[in-house]
Design a protein around this ligand. Structure first.
Ligand SMILES: Cc1cc2nc3c(=O)[nH]c(=O)nc-3n(C[C@H](O)[C@H](O)[C@H](O)COP(=O)(O)OP(=O)(O)OC[C@H]3O[C@@H](n4cnc5c(N)ncnc54)[C@H](O)[C@@H]3O)c2cc1C
Length: 381
């Protein structure tokens, strides 16, 4: 039975769906957001909230830089509870051999107009006194930020609703059909455009999408104000994120406004098995102590897992899916470990493409049509 009709239906109320809803509603579309569970759950609840310009590829750099700029513009609207803080990132070199990599990274950022500063061993120790002595140096990117992403997501949804959008939680979309969706239970909702923003579950609705869950652990400590002041990431993090190995860990530390410290991170390909993996957790915490010995006496209060929506080429899928059966279907999914950073840029690309406007950055590299060239990866069951 047809029970409603909208300009746009966004499937998924994670940070990507919320951002799409706010932007589309801002364009005057009558938007419905549907979530099988609840808003700001999913990967969004599990993430770290690091808003980071990342340079694994020129396309990744373009979208993270664009989105980071949009976050800076949004920051003034966010409440204090969203804990947006311009902390800056320090990428650290473990050994002289990584210094050349830091210099190369600096050149890439500078070419992209992103201010950054090389820190020698002394300057690094001054900036982060609790890091292990003897580290070779660091690259400070001052414009990077952190945010408490569940609150930011709820803000985007509030913004969408203020612009006329509606939200239905606890409501699963079972199928995308021509000009609409079919809900669990059989009801049908119609829309001019449907946006699949279902995160790591995006491929359940569109099986040809090569989006798979990539599990990650995070830990949070008790309050230790001053233990670190910047987001600190080992240079090896990029390699850990890039290589689709079955498991990896990399040191990634984030100061929270509460004085707590978030410790990450791990990557595993284990399908949808959300259970904590004590071996991986031990490796992740040992890696953190390797870089910051003071963490050995820190009390870890809680640890959890979540699923990054991963694609084979490490870029999200943003744009029209099309196809004969579902010409009105659009995709905004597959952001892996950068979905919080990239959410705002994604939403603007989607809205501009739907409106036929020029996009601020070239949208072609993110077009879902490229999946035809991928070997189809599937999650272990
Ligand atoms: C450990 C970890 C650390 C991370 N750290 C960072 C970080 O520091 N910075 C960063 O930028 N990113 C980070 N990420 C990545 C980021 O969290 C994700 O890329 C982002 O949250 C994806 O958002 P999303 O809206 O696409 O998906 P989700 O947040 O998963 O939302 C998708 C929503 O769709 C709903 N849904 C699914 N299927 C259906 C259906 N059939 N019908 C209705 N609803 C459906 C789900 O219930 C869910 O709420 C991290 C991720 C992890 C796991």
């Amino acid at each position: 039975m047809i029970t409603g009709s909208y300009d746009a239906i966004v499937v998924g109320a994670g940070i990507v769906g919320a951002a799409c809803a706010a932007t589309l509603a801002g364009d005057g579309h009558r938007v419905l957001v549907i979530d099988a569970s609840f808003a700001a759950g999913g990967a969004t609840a599990a993430g770290m909230g690091h808003l980071v310009v990342m340079d694994d590829s020129p396309e990744q750099l373009a979208l993270t830089a664009y989105s980071s700029q949009l976050w800076r513009e949004l920051a003034a609207e966010l409440s204090a509870a969203a804990e947006y803080e311009r902390r800056g990132t320090i990428w650290i070199a473990d050994g002289d051999s990584q210094l050349a990599m830091l210099q190369a990274k600096k050149r890439v950022y500078e070419r992209a107009g992103i201010a950054c500063e090389l820190l020698d061993d002394r300057a690094l120790a001054d900036a982060e006194p609790f890091l292990r002595p003897g580290l070779a140096g660091g690259l400070l990117v001052p414009s990077d930020a952190v945010v408490y992403q569940p609150i930011a997501t709820l803000y985007l949804l509030r913004l969408a609703r203020a612009r006329g959008a509606m939200l239905r939680e606890g409501c699963r979309v079972d199928a995308v059909i021509p000009r609409g969706v079919r809900l669990r239970g059989g009801d049908v909702l119609l829309a001019d455009v449907i946006i699949n923003a279902a995160g790591a579950e995006a491929s359940a609705l569109v099986p040809a999408l090569p989006v798979i869950p990539r599990k990650g652990h995070l830990a949070i400590t008790d309050r230790y104000p001053g233990l670190c002041s910047h987001q600190i990431v080992e240079l090896g993090y990029l390699a850990s994120a890039h290589a689709m190995t079955t498991e990896s860990v990399a040191f990634n530390l984030q100061p929270r406004a509460t004085g707590q410290v978030l410790i990450g991170s791990s990557r595993e390909l284990v399908g949808w098995d959300a259970s904590p993996n004590p071996r991986i957790a031990r490796l992740m915490l040992a890696r953190a102590r390797h870089f910051m010995p003071a963490l050995a006496t820190a009390s870890v209060l809680r640890m959890w897992t979540g699923f990054r929506p991963a694609t084979p080429d490490k870029l999200p899928l943003i744009g029209r899916w099309g196809g004969e059966a579902t010409p009105d279907l659009w995709i905004a999914a597959g952001h892996e470990g950068l979905g919080i950073t990239m959410a705002l840029g994604t939403a603007h690309l989607i809205a501009d493409l739907i409106a036929g406007r020029e996009t601020a950055i070239d949208a072609a590299p993110y077009a879902p049509s490229r999946v035809g060239s991928f070997p189809v990866a599937r999650a272990a069951s």
